[in-house]
Design a protein around this ligand. Structure first.
Ligand code: COA
Length: 237
């Protein structure tokens, strides 16, 4: 069955981060990229402090009420991957599979990064985008990401990273029985390869793909490789 795919962005980003995936994968099946509340074009409807579980509930509502999809595959990047894992734990029987990109089952954030997103949000966000793109692509991809994204409100990046910081489903991964594709950039320092390896070791039957010359924004740094990996994995379902 050609399950539809719903892409969920990471902290401070928006649906636009998936432009190259939506363009390519949308040729063969239904593909959606959603904005979380307070991101991209979706107005904020949530308090300043929030958990990944609460984001997961909102994403579930968007999929059920707005998109009305049957057994979507949830594809998430970073915070979006944590949301995907949470949705698998909460609503697993309603989903078709998981694509987990640059993410992990626990996402502690460096205290100085968390503080910077509170005190100097715009600067911190720009710096994080640069840090999270590998050396090989920094000059081209980082400015493109910054330019394409709709700047989130000043409290959003901090809210997102604070939610990541308390997210932990490491001991619950064995409850997930959905097919899963795990993708990581070899140079990712925000969610290192170790996190993806852990997901692979604990999600039964999962597929792990690690790509060179890519860091945390692997789907923008190596879009052809990532899209090809997704197509190959979809063909196995
Ligand atoms: N998958 C597998 N292992 C994980 C993990 C995950 N998702 N998250 C943490 N771990 C491991 C760590 O590697 C560490 O193992 P070790 O003791 O063998 O070194 C252990 O679990 C504890 O790690 P952690 O919970 O992260 O606490 P810490 O005090 O060791 O480190 C940070 C805290 C913030 C320094 C660290 O998490 C870090 O460097 N994070 C990445 C940077 C960042 O801010 N990323 C943003 C994510 S959105």
């Amino acid at each position: 069955m050609d399950y539809p795919i719903v892409f969920i962005h990471g902290s401070g980003d928006s649906a636009r981060i998936w432009r190259l995936q939506v363009e390519e994968l949308g040729k063969d099946r239904q593909v959606f990229a959603i904005d979380l509340p307070g991101h991209g074009e979706r107005p904020d409807s949530m308090p300043d402090t929030i958990t990944v579980l609460e984001y997961g509930r909102v994403a579930h509502q968007i999929i059920q009420n707005e998109l009305q999809l049957d057994h979507p595959i949830i594809a998430g990047h970073s915070l979006g991957g944590a949301i995907a894992l949470t949705m698998a734990l909460e609503y697993g029987s309603e989903l078709g599979g998981l694509i987990l990109i640059g993410t992990g089952a626990r996402l502690r954030v460096l205290p100085e990064v968390l503080e910077a997103t509170r005190s100097t949000p715009q600067r911190a966000r720009d710096q994080l985008i640069e840090m999270n793109v590998s050396e090989a692509h920094r000059a081209t991809t980082a400015p493109m990401i910054k330019q394409e994204q709709i700047e989130p409100g000043p409290t959003i990046m901090h809210r997102d990273l604070a939610a990541c910081n308390i997210f932990d489903c490491m001991v619950r991964l064995s409850e997930i029985s959905l097919p899963a594709l795990i993708i990581c950039g070899a140079d990712d320092s925000a969610t290192p390869v170790k996190y993806s390896q852990f997901l692979h070791d604990h999600l039964k039957g999962s597929t792990l793909r690690i790509f060179p010359n890519a860091a945390h924004y692997v789907m923008r740094e190596q879009p052809e490789m990532v899209n090809q990996a997704i197509k190959e994995w979809l063909a196995t379902l």
